[in-house]
Design a protein around this ligand. Structure first.
Ligand SMILES: [Zn+2]
Ligand SMILES: [Zn+2]
Length: 265
């Protein structure tokens, strides 16, 4: 039995908020159909709770925590957060195993196979596999009535499967990790790290993300939040400009590391 969401959100609306995004930690909240989900918990538990409360989200009202993958910037706050939360954690089998072995204890694990979907009240959650250097990473599409929202975080390249799954979403959170020229010019990172970031199992560049958005735009994509921007190898102005250059009629904003981006309905 799912607890009722203590929220004024009308059941017909879908909305989401990025609590923070970047290599320092990632987390977002998605709400629709009376269901409220935290996606990833990569900020500290205190930051997660503080930012949820500041956004009008009582952590106790969460119906679950969904994990994209096990990297620290996506699960850092989970162990402490779950000590106080009765909500289940949703993860693929391998991701759940690694996160559980790292000491995360929760009242219940909800395991889903990569590529599988599940239903929470009226909210449908569809997962899809993504290429990234984690054990079993996934992205998600959330659907409620005619509304849909895609979430694609750490991904090395855009596969046909990703395109197929995201086609038709009206809003999208997608990583735009680095600008090719800024990554190339970066002096802080050793060559091997740059290779890992730009590899087919690393992260998406602004240009790769812009190409994905241009592909999805004709099938109804109208609003995009860019996330996981590298502090050193990207900047919001460059990332947004690259996306707009490939498809002008799209509403674009960039999620930030140190504060929430505000609710998107
Ligand atoms: Zn990752
Ligand atoms: Zn990440």
């Amino acid at each position: 039995m799912l607890p009722a969401t203590r929220s004024l959100l009308p059941a017909f609306l879908m909305r989401f908020i990025v609590l923070g995004s970047g290599s320092g930690g990632n987390a977002a909240v998605v709400e629709a159909g009376g269901i409220r989900l935290l996606v990833d918990a990569g900020l500290s538990a205190k930051q997660l709770v503080d930012r949820m409360k500041a956004s009008g989200v009582d952590p106790a009202s969460l119906h679950g925590v969904l994990l994209t993958h096990e990297h620290g910037d996506h699960v850092r706050g989970l162990r402490v957060l779950m000590k106080a939360l009765p909500a289940p954690v949703y993860a693929t089998p391998s991701t759940a195993r690694i996160v559980r072995d790292s000491g995360v204890d929760t009242a219940s694990w909800k395991i889903f196979e990569s590529g599988a979907g599940f239903q929470l009240n009226g909210l449908s959650v569809q997962s899809f596999a993504v290429p990234h250097d984690a054990v079993e990473p996934v992205g998600f599409v959330f659907r409620h009535e005619e509304r849909s929202f895609g979430l694609l975080s750490d991904t090395g390249h855009v596969t046909k499967l990703i395109l197929d799954r995201l086609r038709g979403v009206s809003a999208l959170f997608v990583e735009a990790n680095y600008d090719d020229a800024l990554l190339e010019a970066d002096m802080k990172r050793p060559w091997s790290t740059k290779q890992r970031i730009s590899s087919r199992h690393g992260h998406l560049s602004n240009a790769q993300t812009a190409a994905l958005i241009a592909e999805l735009a004709p099938s109804g994509l109208r609003r995009v939040v860019l996330g996981h921007l590298s502090r050193d190898c990207n900047c919001p102005v460059t990332a947004a400009a690259t996306v707009r250059a490939s498809f002008a009629e799209i509403e674009v904003c960039c999620a930030e590391q140190d504060k929430t981006c505000g609710w998107w309905d």
